[in-house]
Design a protein. Structure first.
Length: 86
């Protein structure tokens, strides 16, 4: 499965709002996607609660892995955006 490392873009990290937006986007794809801290265990990116357990703050590098490149690109783009500003 393809993966990429991306810095968290949301001003306050992957807290409730960004985590929910990401998890909903993963659910819309119908694909398996994981997200994790570099060197850490990945979690199911389809679960906002699991994303929040990472404690990833703005600028933290996370590894996103997905079943296909299009899904990976879409979710990685969300992680890199400031979802609190939308």
């Amino acid at each position: 499965m393809p993966s990429t490392t991306v810095a968290v873009g949301s001003a306050v990290g992957l807290h409730a709002r960004p985590a929910t937006i990401i998890a909903e986007a993963v659910g819309d794809t119908g694909s398996a996607v994981t997200i994790g801290l570099e060197g850490g265990d990945p979690v199911d990116a389809g679960s906002a609660l699991m994303i929040m357990t990472l404690g990833a703050e703005k600028g933290t590098n996370v590894v996103v892995t997905a079943e296909d490149q299009n899904t990976l690109d879409a979710i990685a783009t969300l992680v890199a955006r400031d979802l609190d500003a939308d």
